[in-house]
Design a protein around this ligand. Structure first.
Ligand code: SIN
Length: 291
């Protein structure tokens, strides 16, 4: 199948920030079986991330506030990308910045790399003071960031949207107008969990992003709305733990899905989702057209 110009063996990707740069999973699963690998967010300069604790478990989900910790684009190109180049699975690099120029510069650097088959633009991280979700909550800024990335590269661009907005169709349309080839949604929902013994937040940075099955009905609704607002393909993300969960997103209008939090529970989660979708398609041969 082909999605936004990216050739994939199946419609199942692994979501940014839940799969590192692939190495940690390669001992457990065959990375060649995945539809695509979306890397952890990469920024221009290394980032230390947020104070601990950074992850807490919540009912049917988890809150994270990593703060885009990573070693920067130079390290990524030298140490992570060569490993990903060994696999016959498209690498999509998730980029994050503090300014429009940061995103454009990252896209320009990555546009030289033949291993990179697409760029996912993270305008939806809820855990940083500058950039992140502040871009994705403003349709004007969404369009500006995506247009700058569009100018900097001919590679397929996926805009990763935040659910923390009143009307998802506004950033969805803005990203499409800016030149995105696809949308991915949803990133996490801002949440908080309090330790009742101390009265303080269970996260070092007070709030975090909620993911996992708890957010799936919200994600399905937002994918449904976004898919009807734009002509470009939508990639569904949000608490997909099984093939049936993924199929819900396809019925909502998604052309592909990303498996995220499930990777923390089971290293084979994405592989199982692929198998279970195949079984569903076998039982419902006319349900979807994955071409
Ligand atoms: C983080 O690094 O805090 C999470 C990344 C994201 O939500 O985009």
């Amino acid at each position: 199948m082909e999605l936004a110009g990216i050739k994939m063996k199946n419609p199942v990707m692994v979501a940014s920030g839940t799969f590192g740069f692939g190495k940690d999973f390669a001992d457990y699963i065959d990375l060649n079986k995945l539809g695509a690998i979306v890397t952890k967010s990469v920024t221009l300069k290394p980032r230390e991330g947020n104070p601990p604790p950074r992850i807490v478990e919540t009912p049917s989900g988890m809150l994270n506030s990593i703060g885009l910790q990573n070693k920067g684009i130079e390290h990524f190109l030298k140490k992570q990308l060569p490993f990903l180049a060994k696999f016959d699975t498209p690498t999509i690099v998730n980029i994050a910045g503090e300014s429009v120029e940061d995103y454009a510069e990252l896209a320009r650097i990555l546009s030289q790399e033949t291993t990179v088959k697409g760029i996912e633009v993270n305008i939806s991280c809820p855990n940083v003071k500058k950039g992140g979700m502040s871009f994705g909550c403003d349709a004007g800024l969404t369009k500006q960031v995506i247009a700058a990335v569009r100018k900097a590269t001919t590679q397929p661009i996926i805009a990763k949207l935040t659910p923390n907005v009143a009307d998802i169709t506004l950033p969805a349309k803005a990203a499409a107008e800016g030149g995105a080839d696809a949308l991915s949604l949803i990133n996490t929902i801002v949440g908080m969990s309090i330790d009742i013994e101390t009265g303080g937040s269970r996260l070092g940075s007070l709030t975090g992003g909620l993911s996992g099955p708890a957010i799936r009905p919200i994600a399905v609704r937002l994918v449904y709305e976004a898919a009807r607002a734009v002509k470009i393909p939508v990639i569904g993300i949000g608490g997909i733990m099984s093939g049936s969960d993924a199929v819900e997103f396809f019925h909502a209008g998604a052309k592909a899905v990303q498996v995220g939090t499930a990777n923390f529970v089971d290293t084979s989660a994405a592989i199982n989702v692929i198998k279970e979708i195949e079984e569903y398609v076998h039982r419902h041969p006319r349900a979807f057209n994955f071409s």
